[in-house]
Design a protein around this ligand. Structure first.
Ligand code: NAD
Length: 302
């Protein structure tokens, strides 16, 4: 039988493409001889997907499609109902970027607390304008205690000597304690957190989870970091709290609209550090995401 055809719409780590090529006929949707979906839809058996959309109409035109292997997590771009109807397997790589996102969360905490954004912009006498704070001895509140939050908790507690409180309605208290954090309900986390970091998925239940009342409940001078998903943190409320001088700063890797427009008012806030969803953009995470997605394709089509 001929090797199954795998289509890769956007660039992924080249090692994964090489390995896939030994097991499948690989067609790339990018580079000099880019092959569009239309040209492969009749034969395509597997798709290695980053953030592109695969809707029901595309699937219906792909009768041989058996697997969509997502590089990373988040399946909001895939029509899961149609995939189920056609018996198409959909996979993700949920652990591949955990460490990278956790490290990025810590980077944002430090950047905000030490005025790195202000220093890099270099306006005026930044040296005397910057009055940083140490993380040692401070309290970190975590909303959600899944994979990323656990790594953040370990680094914060062991690396910086922070006290860590965590709220997660699903994770047993014993698991939170074992990871070096203290379980607490959300109001108790907010009341104590001079640093708040969000690690929940975006669902109807978490949209707007941290709005004006939650920000007001934080101690004055608190810092909020969001590396989870835009929409969980209410940006209007964040801006208002910063302008009122209640929050000392914020670090955002994700925003409701990405990339955040150049003229967005949050960009003009001196104590806000914004990165363009780069939490998983490391050599290691990109390699692991591509390698794991390639594994899923090879195993499923082999
Ligand atoms: P995970 O599934 O391991 O953990 C999420 C946790 O959130 C779960 O334990 C769940 O019980 C908890 N949760 C759900 N609703 C909650 C609520 N209302 N209150 C408190 N806890 C709640 O996920 P993860 O791998 O740790 O990822 C966390 C988030 O980070 C996800 O939203 C993911 O999309 C995002 N993420 C961002 C990047 C990036 O590039 N910035 C990369 C990967 C993941």
């Amino acid at each position: 039988a001929p090797a199954p055809l795998v289509w890769i719409p956007r660039p992924v780590h080249p090692d994964a493409v090489d390995r896939l090529s030994r097991h499948a006929e690989v067609r790339l949707g990018y580079d000099a001889d880019a092959v569009p979906f239309d040209a492969v839809c009749h034969r395509v058996a597997g798709i290695l997907l980053r953030t592109e959309r695969v809707d029901g109409a595309m699937m219906r035109r792909a009768p041989r499609l058996r697997i969509i292997a997502r590089h990373g997590v988040g399946l909001d771009t895939v029509d899961l109902d149609q995939a189920r109807a056609q018996g198409i397997t959909v996979t993700t790589t949920p652990t591949a970027n955990t460490q990278s996102v956790a490290e990025h969360t810590i980077a944002l905490l430090l950047a905000v607390r030490r005025g790195i954004g202000l220093a890099v912009r270099g306006e005026g006498d930044t040296r005397t304008a910057i009055r940083g704070r140490e993380l040692n001895g401070a309290t970190l509140g975590l909303v959600g205690f899944g994979r990323i939050a656990r790594r953040v908790a370990a680094i914060a507690a062991h690396g910086f000597g922070m006290r860590v409180l965590a709220h997660d309605p699903v994770v047993p208290d014993g698991d939170i304690t074992a990871a070096g954090a203290e379980p607490a309900e959300l109001p108790a986390v907010l009341a104590a957190a001079d640093h708040l970091s969000l690690h929940v998925p975006l669902t109807p239940g978490t949209r707007g989870l941290i709005g004006a009342p939650e920000l007001a409940a934080l101690p004055a001078g608190a810092v909020v970091v969001n590396t989870s998903r835009g929409g969980i943190l209410d940006e209007e409320a964040l801006l208002a709290s910063l302008r009122a001088g209640h929050l000392a700063g914020a670090g955002l890797d994700v925003t409701t609209v990405e990339p955040l427009p150049r003229d967005h008012p949050l960009r003009a806030e001196p104590a806000v550090v914004i990165t363009p969803h780069t939490g998983a953009q490391t050599e290691e995470a990109l390699y692991r995401m591509a390698a794991e997605a390639a594994d899923h394709l090879i195993r499923h089509l082999g």
